[in-house]
Design a protein around this ligand. Structure first.
Ligand SMILES: [Zn+2]
Ligand SMILES: [Zn+2]
Length: 167
């Protein structure tokens, strides 16, 4: 994903738009919790701010995963925004800016990092997913399996046993 910013050299406030499509494999976008289905689409614009080159836009993709609670396969459309400042190497400026050389900015790494950083710690099919029954393994989103899932407090159970023995 190479953005040619040669046009921006003519002045402050100049903009150039860009659009890319790439597979997750080509971008090395590997997440433990999910798979990004091809293609990952990136659209945005680059602006000469006078201090740096700002590249902003959106990353759109569809990811597939197994729900962390009920293990059902799911797909989800995802859109992630980005806005990053780049500087031509040798132009000085802050150390944390992304650096490029010549008139071409490679945003592949930035897009990948932004997409991966936007992933939640757990992927679930819906916010109120009921998960699996710990007794029989049934998917509780499909209805109750009828299992006794109440786990009594062991101290309370001991007390009840003691009372029973006493009677
Ligand atoms: Zn689920
Ligand atoms: Zn059950």
């Amino acid at each position: 994903m190479m953005v040619n910013i040669a046009e921006l050299n003519t002045g402050i406030g100049k903009e150039v738009s860009f659009a890319f499509e790439a597979s997750a494999e080509a971008m090395d976008a590997v997440s433990e919790g999910c798979t990004f289905e091809a293609p990952i689409v990136v659209r945005g614009k680059a602006t000469n701010t006078g201090v740096c080159y700002r590249l902003e836009g959106i990353i759109a993709c569809r990811k597939s995963f197994a729900c962390d609670r009920c293990l059902e396969p799911c797909t989800e459309e995802q859109t992630v925004e980005f806005s990053e400042d780049f500087r031509r190497s040798g132009d000085g400026g802050s150390e944390d800016a992304n650096v490029f050389e010549g008139d071409t900015v490679d945003i592949t790494g930035m897009v990948r990092d932004t997409l991966l950083a936007a992933q939640p710690l757990s992927n679930i099919c819906k916010p109120d997913c009921k998960g699996l029954c710990p007794v029989c393994g049934a998917n509780l989103n499909h209805g109750d399996c009828g299992c006794e899932r109440f786990v009594p407090d062991p101290r309370l159970a001991a007390l009840q046993q003691w009372k029973k023995d006493f009677e």
